[in-house]
Design a protein around this ligand. Structure first.
Ligand SMILES: *[C@@H]1O[C@H](CO)[C@@H](O)[C@H](O)[C@H]1NC(C)=O
Ligand SMILES: *[C@@H]1O[C@H](CO)[C@@H](O)[C@H](O)[C@H]1NC(C)=O
Ligand SMILES: [Zn+2]
Length: 538
């Protein structure tokens, strides 16, 4: 038995005659009993017909003498016609007499089963059911994802909204005449009904995997219906502002734009421009491929770089690669294959130049792994992965490798400016030096620099002057033209420029301090003092 009430009868009647499928009829009657949608649609249709026929029977009884609301109402209507009441009032109150008795009405009912629904374009008919569940399960299994639950998402052609609106206007009269508190928003959405029907079937096909409302793993289906795409076009005339061309969309008739235009258009205007009820489609929707998507996994760690000819990110000039590898690629390759991800997004706490090494505990980095097919790794497996990266080259090593949350990643960038970094620079001096000539540098503390944007980065950064602090320095004499300069600085200090002065663009600088021309031959990052990610004990 369908959970329908007497007041639903005229609506059921009208929608079936208009060419709505049984499940769309349930939607418009706001049936929220999911089992009613799951039942085979021909059963539902049979039930709906029996439900209407029931009324007919009672009407036949009515005419044998018993008084009924219909009779009374119609007498009222007849009496008040002189008061300029709408002559259709009787039909509105007892629509069965009007529609079922008409030839067209009964013809429509006969054929409903084989016809494509005028509202859902077949989505809640043949498109949805056990066959689709099998197809979904096959796709998911073939892609070999690791997941506990899944969420189904469907994308529907935008013209469904137009058709739904047309059908709503078609029955609105009946609904209002019966003074129901039914609004368009109360109608069960196609998407919702689709999920009620499909969720259990998919669970069964996947051997018990819960299909839920929210899950990191999403199975998406896109339905299209090219033949009725032009249904939306009239809306561009009624609301040109709603349909503005955007670069990345193929069509301006997006679902959002269509919904917006439908909110703005008056009922009268709509009815002038679009048939009510909608015209019957000649075929059902087409299912484009089934797409699986797992939310990103975020991974963090610290890396060392032992090579003076390795850029941090792929180095491409005029479309041509300059170096065969990069820090991020060396780290990402083993991780991508372990997580079977489609791509990655790499970020780190600052970056080093191609010729600079990063020693000590390394530089914190984090990676977003896009669409990972595997997402859970135990501590031992993470260690294994770390070893794979360590062994894959002698240029890069990683430690503290761990899965982190998206939110935690922001901690890496937090207060980056205030963090300190320590460096060692090999400095050359033009003037011959003695140990004593440079020892005064050990005593310099909290030296504030004014750094104009270095010439070497001016092509990608705006010209500005920024202040950075060198907290402390120490020197180690090598020979009469070389010494090692250790520096502890505020993050973001341009070290090379501090040494050679960048034609006076950084002040003060080492040349100035030593009163000789000086240059930097080698630079190592000794530590990046960011306490994230947390260290992983060995
Ligand atoms: C990569 O990360 C940046 C910054 O967090 C973000 O704006 C961008 O959309 C990400 N790219 C991808 C492909 O997710
Ligand atoms: C990888 O190399 C780093 C840096 O040398 C080291 O700390 C870490 O223990 C190594 N990890 C493995 C699993 O080899
Ligand atoms: Zn339908």
């Amino acid at each position: 038995m369908l959970p329908l009430k007497e007041k639903d009868k005229p609506i059921v009647q009208k929608l079936l005659s208009a060419g709505c499928c049984a499940r769309c009829v349930l939607r418009f009657c706001c049936v929220t009993v999911q089992a009613a949608f799951r039942q085979a649609q021909h059963e539902t249709l049979k039930d709906l017909r029996a439900f209407i026929a029931d009324k007919e029977t009672s009407k036949v009884q009515d005419s044998t003498g018993q008084s009924s609301t219909c009779e009374t109402e119609s007498q009222d209507a007849a009496l008040s016609e002189s008061d300029a009441d709408p002559p259709c009032k009787r039909a509105k109150l007892c629509p069965t007499t009007e529609t079922v008795q008409s030839e067209g009405g009964s013809d429509a009912l006969e054929n409903v089963e084989s016809r494509v629904c005028v509202v859902c374009l077949g989505i809640l008919q043949g498109s949805c059911g056990p066959d689709l569940a099998v197809k979904i399960a096959e796709t998911v299994k073939a892609k070999n994802y690791q997941f506990d639950t899944l969420v189904l998402s469907i994308s529907l052609p935008a013209q469904l909204c137009v058709r739904e609106h047309s059908c709503w206007l078609h029955v609105k009269k009946e609904v209002r005449a019966k003074s129901l508190v039914l609004d368009k928003d109360d109608i069960i959405q196609v998407k919702e009904a689709f999920k009620w029907i499909m969720q259990g079937l998919v669970t069964k096909e996947l051997g018990g995997v819960a299909v839920v409302g929210k899950s990191p793993f999403e199975v998406g289906m896109e339905f299209t219906h090219p033949k009725t795409e032009s249904d939306c076009h009239f809306l561009a005339k009624s609301c040109p502002d709603c349909f503005k061309a955007t670069k990345n969309k193929q069509s301006v008739f997006t679902r959002m734009a269509v919904v917006k235009a439908l909110e703005k258009i008056s009922d009268t205007r709509f009815l002038q421009m679009y048939p009510c009820p909608p015209v019957e489609p000649s075929c059902s929707c087409t299912l484009q491929d089934i797409k699986c998507l797992h939310v990103s996994v975020f991974i963090a760690g610290r890396y060392n770089k032992f090579c003076r000819s390795l850029p941090q990110t792929p180095w491409v000039i005029d479309g041509e690669r300059r170096m065969e590898s990069s820090v991020e690629e060396l780290i990402a390759a083993p991780i991508l294959s372990a997580f079977r991800a489609d791509g990655f997004n790499f970020s780190s706490s600052g970056r080093e130049d191609v010729d600079v090494r990063t020693l000590g505990n390394g530089r914190p980095f984090a990676m977003e792994l896009l669409n990972p097919h595997r997402s859970r790794f135990g501590r031992a497996e993470m260690k294994q992965l770390q070893e794979t990266i360590n062994k894959s080259s002698d240029k890069v090593r990683v430690r503290d490798l761990q899965i982190v949350s998206r939110e935690a990643m922001s901690r890496m960038k937090e207060g980056e400016e205030e963090k300190t970094k320590t460096y060692t620079a090999l400095v050359w001096t033009q003037r011959a030096i003695e140990k004593e000539d440079i020892s005064f540098i050990n005593d310099i503390k909290e030296l504030t620099l004014d750094q104009k944007t270095p010439l070497r980065v001016l092509h990608r950064r705006a010209l500005a002057i920024r202040q950075r602090v060198v907290h402390s320095m120490n020197v180690r004499f090598v020979d009469s033209h070389h010494f090692y300069l250790g520096l502890k600085t505020q993050a973001g200090t341009y070290i090379k420029e501090f040494v050679h002065g960048d034609f006076g663009r950084t002040k003060p600088n080492v040349c100035e301090l030593l009163k000789t021309d000086a240059d930097i031959l080698e630079l190592d990052v000794e530590s990046v003092d960011v306490d994230w990610p947390p260290p992983i004990p060995e």
